[in-house]
Design a protein around this ligand. Structure first.
Ligand code: LFR
Length: 490
């Protein structure tokens, strides 16, 4: 049975999976897992891109040692970040991390200058301070040599794919997240690029998910002693890949891709770009098969990850399961935060920030690790309810439950509380959402699967889905009222 290879790079770790399609059953085998630790130097926060490429090569070596010659490979990763290639074909500098502070205030200035209507009307993308457009505007304001020296703009998966193949292409799902891609025109928006003073000549061809975009270059196959492997562009945005893997059997479904971020929304055939979408700050990210992801970013488990890191730096080490157990024992509905308050965006001491959020909103601050984690997880579940209601309002659909995919669903308490908060069932699975989405798009491109709906059925049949029925309706309803008032969500 021939295998194919998927690399899925998240903001804290990456993995390489071999996938096989065996009689309509998907089998996956994780062959390499690696950390993705951003590196802070002075005030800058950067990605260790060469290390990531090193780990991509390690994945190829591990496949070889397992006796496998994958018949294709593809990469997906987090969105918005990028690097520049100079005139000699080499990468200039390290890509900045989207949580770097160099974009602070840039979105507000750019919106004031260009107007939100112009930016949203041309892209349909939500306003997030780290969108590529504001990162580029920040480089422009700082007179960065990258903009003078750069000849080609490549996003993270495009860049790594370029290292592998020597070919430069952009990809639709990830390009859409820049807030510089015009879905109506079907290409980079030269006018918006002009508005921020960046040359459209830096931006190359954008291919659709499922396009073959080269093969492993000779220098690489010689270095590793492997055969040539065809390389595909899939939905290279990890959220696009995760949504492709939602095992929905009905067309109108709601999803929550649950990892460092929580991405909640629904799939639509055309971008929803009216006034209400702009006012509610929803996004229309490009998906597979010409679809769009009408969704909203929710800060997600990032707050818990940073909380754990803060305690670890202070000499208190907790595993995630331990933290979840402590949260379960803590009293219910003690205090709430709005997870999407900008104070939680940058790396740092989350327990102190939670305490100041509570103090500023007249609540008792959580005192123990259990209380702190309970506050984070309950607040996330309540925010899910709020965003699910907005998704229904905006899309005109009504959902009978919520599909949750991604690593975060290993937290059964969060899944249960999400069901309680929304008052509807949660269907949790599969855990490896993005990597599976990456694999199935390769199989569709190769004619092994008919289309995205067949892919979803095959995923549904190959992996378990756990159903969580809502409980404690009255208590969660009351908590939701309190949460909305505190977070100022009308
Ligand atoms: C999730 C994700 C989100 C994007 C954020 C930053 O991993 O890709 O969709 O908004 O990371 O790139």
């Amino acid at each position: 049975m021939p295998s194919i290879l998927a690399y899925d790079l998240g903001a804290s770790s990456g993995r390489a999976l071999l996938g096989r399609l065996n009689n309509r059953t998907i089998e996956v085998e994780e062959i390499h897992r690696f950390g993705n630790d951003p590196v802070a130097i002075g005030d800058r926060l950067q990605w260790d891109i060469l290390r990531l490429y090193h780990d991509i090569k390690q994945g190829l070596l591990k496949a070889k040692h397992a006796g496998e010659t994958p018949s294709s490979l593809a990469i997906d990763s987090w969105a918005v970040d990028f690097g520049f290639i100079g005139r000699n074909g080499e990468l200039l500098g390290n890509p900045y991390h989207y949580r770097d502070r160099h974009t602070d205030g840039v979105m507000e200035r750019t919106m004031a200058r260009l107007t939100p209507e112009r930016i949203f009307g041309r892209t349909g993308i939500q306003f997030l301070p780290f969108n590529t457009i504001y990162q580029l505007a920040a480089l422009k304001e700082a007179d960065s040599p990258l903009l003078e020296q750069g000849r080609h703009f490549l996003m993270i998966p495009d860049l790594l794919r370029y290292f592998l193949t020597g070919e430069m292409f952009g990809e639709f799902s990830n390009a859409s997240t820049t807030q510089l891609y015009n879905p109506i025109l079907g290409g980079w928006d030269a006018d918006l690029l002009g508005d921020i003073g960046v040359s459209p000549a830096l931006f190359g061809t954008v291919v659709q998910p499922g396009t073959r975009v080269g093969q492993t270059r000779a220098s690489l196959t010689e270095e590793l002693g492997i055969g040539t492997i065809p390389v595909y562009a899939v939905a290279e945005h990890d959220t696009g890949a995760a949504v492709a893997a939602v095992p929905a059997l009905e067309r109108d479904f709601a999803y929550l891709s649950c990892g460092t971020w929580s991405l909640m929304g629904t799939e639509v055939d055309r971008p929803v770009m009216g006034e209400l979408a702009q006012e509610l700050n929803f996004t229309n990210e490009g998906g597979v098969n010409g679809t769009f992801r009408l969704l909203k970013n929710i800060m997600g488990l990032w707050i818990l990850q940073e909380t754990r890191r803060t305690w670890e730096n202070a000499g208190m080490s907790y595993g995630f399961p331990e933290l979840v157990a402590l949260a379960e024992q803590a009293p219910a509905f003690g205090s709430f935060i709005d997870p999407d308050d900008p104070m939680f965006l940058h790396p740092g001491d989350m327990p102190s920030r939670i305490a100041s959020y509570c103090a500023n909103s007249g609540q008792r601050a959580p005192q123990t690790p259990g209380e702190t984690v309970r506050c984070i997880l309950e607040s996330l579940a309540l925010k899910y309810r709020y965003v699910l209601e907005l998704t229904e309002r905006l899309s005109g659909k009504s959902f009978s439950g919520l599909h949750m995919v991604g690593g975060g669903i290993q937290n059964a308490l969060l899944c249960q509380w999400s069901a309680n908060a929304i008052g509807k069932p949660v269907w949790a699975g599969p855990v490896e959402g993005s990597a599976l989405g990456n694999l199935v798009v390769q199989w569709i491109a190769q004619g092994e699967l008919k289309d995205i709906w067949e892919a979803r059925r095959v995923i549904r049949e190959s992996f378990p889905v756990t159903e969580y029925e809502p409980r404690d309706g009255a208590a969660w309803e009351a908590a939701y009222g309190k949460f909305r008032a505190l977070a100022g969500l009308s």
